[in-house]
Design a protein around this ligand. Structure first.
Ligand code: PRX
Length: 654
């Protein structure tokens, strides 16, 4: 990141100390930091003991086979039991788990007792379909209660879910189902989005038709009420399968390291990585962070995280963390602006939401629409506001605090990743004096550093690469089926560190004068569009898979609303593209990328060019393309094979 962009991130110098009232009543107290500093392992063991263990663990961390960690390995537990039965047995069965709101305005409320019953029935049903410990089940659903029920039922059986975001394409489903060798797919006949039913089952059908897969059944939830194709023998209606199924199901205990889920995320190569998370350590960290970062008081709070369950935020901070803590939540199927631009704020007022967790992109979109919209709703119930997914610019941070939070609500800017499983760097409300635009401090029990390329600590008021220096409970346990890629991607950059392997996050970071961490964005070929991770390579592969494309280069160009936007430069095949205009090609290719990966990957712009700038060794100069895409003066071109290329790209653009 250039110096000018650091300056723009830093121009807000105000500090916001917690109010004495908030601090006194806060869940997180400063002793947490002292305890964690005094004995990190004992600290995490204490946090883990807040869960229910069928067999208590005696060992906290086994790091002898680093970077393959084992946490609480000789203990056994059931993740779903911790999220459900435990609360019912403690007398909280009548507490609302979810106030679900469908986009068209239909609602469903599920108490902990009801959710537990639903999950037990679903677990019996899945067991009847042959699902047991270690089996992989893919989920491709909208944000409806069945998505949560399915995840928990799979977890209850010790099986492994792989949730595929509903915006991904048939081709993405194929790749994920094949890679994980899923036995079952759970989908719906459609979901509501922007006032329309979008089809899901059709994408599953197309994905499976192309897959070499061992899928035995497709379970279909009725939601969209639209026509779906039916493969007799393979396809089953969810509601029909549940008919007459018992709600009596005893949760079996599984080892703490029993896999819980696989979640695919983009890396620097074309193929998404199946990030593997396990049970005891994961649940420990997501429950601890959810409670302390959001100051959760489960008896009175109504928490709302807007993430789709298809992303890690939905896994950790809609499903596992909040439910482990017995929280009452809002779950909303649709988009913020349907049927009107105040829908989110209306829901906050309707349910009296106390904690609200969303992405900077959404905040910036709301800023653009104007403060009058949120200000016409009563948002006074809000106590804590969270941000996740991408760096939040100070302007958006201050607007969020002032307009949504009434000028008093603490903001927690939470840095973490699919791989880290839970929040790693964040202010704690009631303790931290916050700085707009900065995630600031690792949570208690987490150690991070910022290093230069040689592995040397950069010091204060300097920038470098973010690393995590000690293993943490909710860390990924690997990449599904690819242990070498796991080691290479995350642990090889600083492999020679004296204190053992360091986890390289792929993010740049700046240490300010207080030693606080400010995130600067990715340093690799991963883009962040609306808080969603996309790989430049994956989109380039999608583009060159089209017959008219000879070569493609993709960059993430900065965008006022989405953070970054996908911009592609393509060279067309002279013969195959002879009859197509540049505009037609661009339209065709944008659609092609959406079809190959999903609408989120559709380039904002595609430029048809005659050549791409390359170094003498043949590497595409992405920096330079980024300068062009962002309309900047181009930098040093001395290593270009042909300096005229840049000129010709400019001409093509203009
Ligand atoms: O670049 C960082 C950015 O999102 C990446 C992780 O993406 P993903 O695995 O999809 O998980 C997103 C939700 C946890 C990180 O490498 N990122 C996430 N949170 C922040 C952030 N960048 C800056 N500030 C954040 N709070």
């Amino acid at each position: 990141m250039s110096t000018s962009s650091i300056d723009s991130l830093l121009h807000e110098n105000r500090r916001f100390a917690p109010s004495p009232e908030f601090a006194a009543a806060a869940v997180a107290q400063p002793a947490l930091y002292d305890d964690a500093r005094a004995d990190r392992h004992a600290f995490w063991a204490d946090r883990a003991r807040e869960l229910h263990w069928h067999t208590p663990f005696t060992q906290t961390l086994d790091w002898s086979n680093a970077p393959f960690a084992r946490w609480f390995a000789d203990g056994t537990l059931n993740v779903a039991y911790n999220c459900l039965d435990r609360h019912v047995l403690a007398g909280n069965g009548d507490r609302v788990a979810f106030h679900w709101e469908g986009e068209p305005g239909d609602t469903r409320t599920l108490t902990y007792a009801e959710l537990t019953r639903e999950v037990k029935r679903a677990a019996n049903m899945l067991a009847g379909l042959g699902i047991g410990q270690g089996d992989r089940v893919a989920i491709y659903l909208p944000v409806i209660p069945e998505a949560v029920i399915a995840m928990l039922a799979i977890a209850r059986l010790g099986a492994i879910h792989s949730v595929i975001f509903g915006g991904f394409s048939a081709e993405s489903i194929r790749a994920r189902v094949e890679d994980a060798d899923a036995k079952l797919v759970i989908t719906a006949d459609g979901g509501w989005r922007k006032g329309r039913v979008f089809p899901l089952k059709g994408a599953v059908d197309a994905g499976l038709a192309a897959a070499e897969s061992s899928v035995e059944h497709v379970l279909v939830v009725r939601r969209g009420e639209n026509e779906v194709e039916w493969t007799a023998g393979r396809d089953l209606w969810w509601h029909e399968q549940l008919e007459g199924v018992s709600d009596d199901h005893e949760a079996e205990a599984f080892e703490a390291e029993n896999p819980l889920f696989i979640l695919y995320t983009s890396g620097t190569t074309g193929k998404p990585k199946g990030i593997l998370h396990t049970s005891g350590g994961y649940l420990t960290q997501v429950a601890f962070t959810h409670k302390n970062v959001f100051d959760l008081k489960p008896e009175t709070d109504v928490y709302w995280c807007t993430a789709d369950v298809g992303w890690i935020t939905g896994h950790s901070y809609v499903v596992y963390g909040p439910l482990a803590n017995g929280a009452t939540q809002v779950l909303y199927e649709g988009t913020p602006d349907t049927p009107h631009p105040g829908r989110w704020w209306e829901l906050i007022a309707k349910y009296g939401v106390t904690q609200f967790y969303t992405a900077p992109t959404a905040i910036r979109s709301c800023m653009k629409l104007g403060r009058e919209i949120p200000q016409s709703f009563d948002l006074s119930s809000l106590r804590v506001l969270g941000s996740v997914g991408e760096p939040i610019n100070p302007e958006a941070w201050v607007w969020y605090r002032d307009i949504i939070g009434g000028g008093t609500t603490p903001i927690v800017d939470t840095w973490w990743q699919t791989e880290t499983g839970g929040i790693m760097i964040s202010a704690l409300p009631g303790i931290t004096t916050t700085k707009p635009g900065s995630a600031q401090v690792p949570i208690p029990g987490i150690s991070v550093d910022v290093l230069d390329d040689d592995g040397v600590h950069v010091g204060k008021e300097a920038s470098g690469l973010l690393v995590i220096t000690e293993p943490w409970p909710s860390m990924l346990r690997g990449i599904w089926g690819d242990p070498d890629r796991f080691v290479d991607t995350y642990w090889s950059k600083f492999a020679g560190a004296p204190k053992g392997p360091l986890y390289f996050a792929g993010d740049g970071a700046h240490l300010d004068g207080d030693g606080d961490v400010q995130l600067l964005g990715r340093v690799d070929d991963v883009m962040n569009v609306s808080g969603h991770r996309l790989s430049t390579m994956e989109i380039e592969s999608a583009l060159v898979s089209h017959p008219i494309v000879a070569e493609a280069a993709v960059v993430g160009a900065s965008d006022d609303t989405t953070g970054q936007a996908v911009v592609a430069f393509v060279i067309l095949r002279a013969k195959k593209a002879a009859t197509v205009t540049a505009t037609e090609a661009s339209v065709m290719l944008r659609a092609h990328v959406a079809e190959q990966i999903g609408a989120i990957a559709r380039p904002r712009e595609i430029f048809v060019v005659a050549e791409l700038p390359k170094t003498r060794s043949g590497k595409i100069m992405r920096r330079l393309l980024q300068d062009i895409a962002e309309g900047r003066e181009i930098g040093d071109t001395t290593t270009l094979t042909d300096v005229n290329v840049v000129q010709s790209i400019r001409t093509d653009l203009g």
